[in-house]
Design a protein around this ligand. Structure first.
Ligand SMILES: Cc1cc2nc3c(=O)[nH]c(=O)nc-3n(C[C@H](O)[C@H](O)[C@H](O)COP(=O)(O)OP(=O)(O)OC[C@H]3O[C@@H](n4cnc5c(N)ncnc54)[C@H](O)[C@@H]3O)c2cc1C
Length: 393
């Protein structure tokens, strides 16, 4: 009998396993994929996420993989661009955009080093239950044999199509539908001074430097355009980049080093995060559009919250602690979710946003705080109160 079985070993599952194993808990971490494998996701981690890695003792290890630190932002809204650097958080001033096959392997290695038992290649097909309580998992091992393991709590960190969520009957709520579709690729031979973001009506373009001298470029379109975009991704990319001529020009002289990857499966919703003997972390419990690049940091946050709750609960009121986790997950995910849904509408800037941009243009300190709200190092209320003071009576 394990203390916890965790299904899925990427941004949510591996840190949860690591944190619980570090507290002496007996953990089984089950992952269908073999590592180091890629997954359909870009990989920008804001300063707030890196600060969490630093607390866990993993930020230096990430830097040592050769991923370039990112300290500068350029936010180009068409008629003008804002540039700056977010204020640091807990001494962390850099974001990173590591390839997922590097990041996820690093996280899983950390879980194994902490003492979690990690098994790759098998698949969890369903949950074991006893009197309405989840007591374990069943499925197939990597060798194709039957898998049956028991634990006091089963954690679904198994992504958007979570088997654990489905088997536990986790309800979907606050479903805002799917707003965008996305494609991304990698180039070599392009210089970027940090991260560059471009908003145009009906388009969002993001770029960041990553491993091996490559830069990642992602474009988001409205969901309804997916069939047209997919029919010719290369041409759609060129068309989307045309209204950002500075970037388009640099990419024309560059080499596209990888094929295009994309998806229209980008729902915005919550799922009930916990029940008797089970809990969800990361995308399994709360999925959102990638436009603000919050998924990885949110998965890290869930890992912290859930590991604390499970650790306390294993020595006391487990279901009570899981219910508190679910409530805190919702409270802490809510502001980023609302901003994501607003940005993912890909609408022209509202009158309020235009007024804010006008203020920011003449005020570098305020602009840096604005970038801090993206980076998770400045609370939005702090920006708005500073902006209110700058605007005057
Ligand atoms: C196009 C795109 C771009 C994105 N860009 C960013 C970005 O720049 N920054 C950012 O922060 N977020 C980004 N995201 C979001 C980010 O990918 C997710 O939020 C993040 O991967 C969530 O991590 P997770 O561990 O919850 O789930 P996942 O990364 O989906 O991992 C789930 C794991 O569970 C395993 N699994 C699933 N089912 C089973 C089973 N039955 N048995 C065993 N194992 C199983 C899977 O193999 C997988 O490895 C992007 C997403 C997309 C689609």
């Amino acid at each position: 009998m394990y203390d916890a079985i965790i299904v899925g070993a990427r941004c949510a599952g591996s840190p949860t396993a690591m944190l619980l194993a570090r507290r002496g808990r007996r953990i089984l971490l089950l992952e269908r994929a073999s590592f180091a494998s890629d997954t359909l996701s870009t990989h920008y981690i804001h300063q707030s996420g890196v600060a969490r890695l630093a607390r866990w003792g993993l930020a230096d290890r990430l830097a040592e993989t050769g991923c370039p630190p990112i300290r500068r932002y350029r936010f180009d809204v068409g008629p003008f661009a804002l540039t700056g650097s977010p204020p640091p958080l807990e001494g962390v001033d850099a974001a990173y955009s590591p390839r997922r096959y590097v990041l996820d392997a690093l996280l899983t290695d950390a879980a194994a080093a902490a003492g979690a038992e990690v098994r790759h290649g098998g698949i969890v097909e369903g949950l074991l239950t006893d009197g309405g309580r989840v007591t374990g998992v069943h499925g197939r091992t990597a060798a194709g044999r039957a898998l049956r393991e028991q634990a006091r709590v089963v954690i679904g960190a198994d992504g958007r199509n979570s088997t654990v969520a489905r088997a536990a009957g986790a309800a979907v709520y606050d479903d805002r539908g799917t707003l965008t579709c996305a494609y991304y690729t990698y180039f070599t031979g392009v210089e970027l001074d940090g991260v560059e973001l471009y908003t145009r009506p009906g388009r969002f373009i993001g770029t960041s430097p990553t491993h091996d001298g490559r830069i990642m470029v992602i474009v988001l379109w409205p969901q309804a355009e997916f069939p047209r975009v997919r029919a010719n991704v290369e041409r759609s990319f060129e068309e989307a980049l045309a209204p950002a001529p500075g970037l388009a020009e640099r990419l024309r002289g560059a080499h596209r080093a990888e094929h295009f990857r994309g998806t229209r499966l980008l729902p915005n919703h919550f799922r009930t995060a916990a029940g008797p003997g089970w809990a969800l972390a990361g995308d399994a419990g709360h999925h959102k559009d990638p436009i603000l690049a919050l998924g990885i940091g949110d998965a890290f946050r869930d890992a912290d919250l859930l590991a604390d709750a499970v650790d306390r609960g294993l020595d006391g009121d487990l279901d009570g602690e899981l219910a508190t986790y679910a409530q805190r997950r919702d409270e802490q995910a809510r502001p980023g979710f609302e901003s994501t849904v607003e940005f993912a509408a890909l609408a022209p800037p509202s009158a309020e946003q235009q007024a804010l941009f006008a203020l920011l243009r003449g005020d570098q300190a305020l602009t840096d705080r604005f970038f801090g709200t993206f980076a998770g190092t400045v609370a939005p209320e702090e920006l708005f109160s500073a902006a209110g003071a700058a605007a005057g009576p």
